[in-house]
Design a protein around this ligand. Structure first.
Ligand code: SAH
Length: 249
């Protein structure tokens, strides 16, 4: 039976790819690749493999989702080994659920291979532990962008007190900061922005809610980036104050 592999490529660094993802790529005959995927990852696909970019960056217009789905179906029906390669994890803000359902409706099996999600890697790159017994009991992965333009229930999320890891929030950072304040988040809430996490272009901003939007603008930070809000960001600030944290090398 034809099968599609829905594979997470992680946020950038090739070495963060899972061995399973690498094996899928090695077997691939067709790879449909999203724009946030580091092209270096395609080195694992065979030389004669058909690579089809289906993303909106790099000047092309976004490839509509139904077109991508039809492409997957077409190649799967030709009995090709199809890898649908997505940035981060396919099941977290990656439309993985929609694609699995679509394939199932058409009688095509699908195996999902997890990737490291950007929020997890971004926080680690910034020396921020997402949970910490002194600060919070949990973490919430959330998008600042909803299909219908509506906002998440920020007051409930702020009251919950978990670390907030915000995806796709950079375009509306000013409005989001306003919404977080209105939702009861204190101005002094530690905040971080990690752009292009785990790539050579990585940039990190450590700030707090009151200054966040202004510093993002002044520093020219943009997408793709993760915003982390929570007391855990202080752990980074605290580490930076250590006088002699010398690397072992
Ligand atoms: N499925 C992906 C998320 C796709 S949504 C995952 O699990 O990571 C796209 C958003 O992911 C971007 O707007 C940004 O918020 C985040 N993102 C993806 N790659 C990133 C990177 N290298 N650095 C920072 N944020 C990234």
């Amino acid at each position: 039976m034809a099968k599609v592999f829905l594979v997470g490529a992680g946020p950038g660094d090739v070495e963060l790819l899972t061995i399973k993802a690498m094996r899928c790529l090695q077997q691939a005959e067709v790879v449909l690749v999203d724009d946030l995927v580091n092209p270096d990852i395609l080195q694992f696909a065979p030389a004669n493999c058909k690579i089809i970019p289906v993303g909106k960056r790099g000047g092309c217009r976004s490839t509509p989702q139904d077109f991508i789905q039809r492409l997957m179906l077409r190649y799967a029906r030709q009995r090709k080994t199809v890898v649908r390669l997505k940035g981060g994890d396919p099941m977290l803000f990656g439309r993985g659920g929609e694609e699995v359902a679509f394939l199932a409706q058409h009688g095509i099996g699908c195996e999902v291979v997890n990737g490291l999600t950007a929020g997890l890697v971004a926080a680690t790159q910034a020396d921020i532990p997402l949970t910490h017994r002194d600060h919070t009991q949990g973490v919430t992965f959330i998008t600042g962008h909803r299909r219908d333009g509506s906002q998440p229930n920020w007051p409930a999320l702020v009251a919950g007190g978990t670390t907030l890891v915000v995806y796709m929030g950079m375009q509306n950072i000013g409005l989001l900061c306003q919404a977080w304040r209105q939702a009861g988040m204190p101005d002094s809430m530690p905040a971080a922005v990690i752009q292009h996490a785990s790539t050579p272009q990585q940039r990190i901003l450590i700030s707090e809610l009151s200054r966040l939007a202004a510093e993002v603008e002044a520093g020219g930070y943009g997408s793709p980036a993760i915003i982390v809000l929570g007391e855990v960001v202080k752990e980074k600030t605290w580490r930076d104050t250590l006088p002699h944290l010398v690397s072992a090398a």
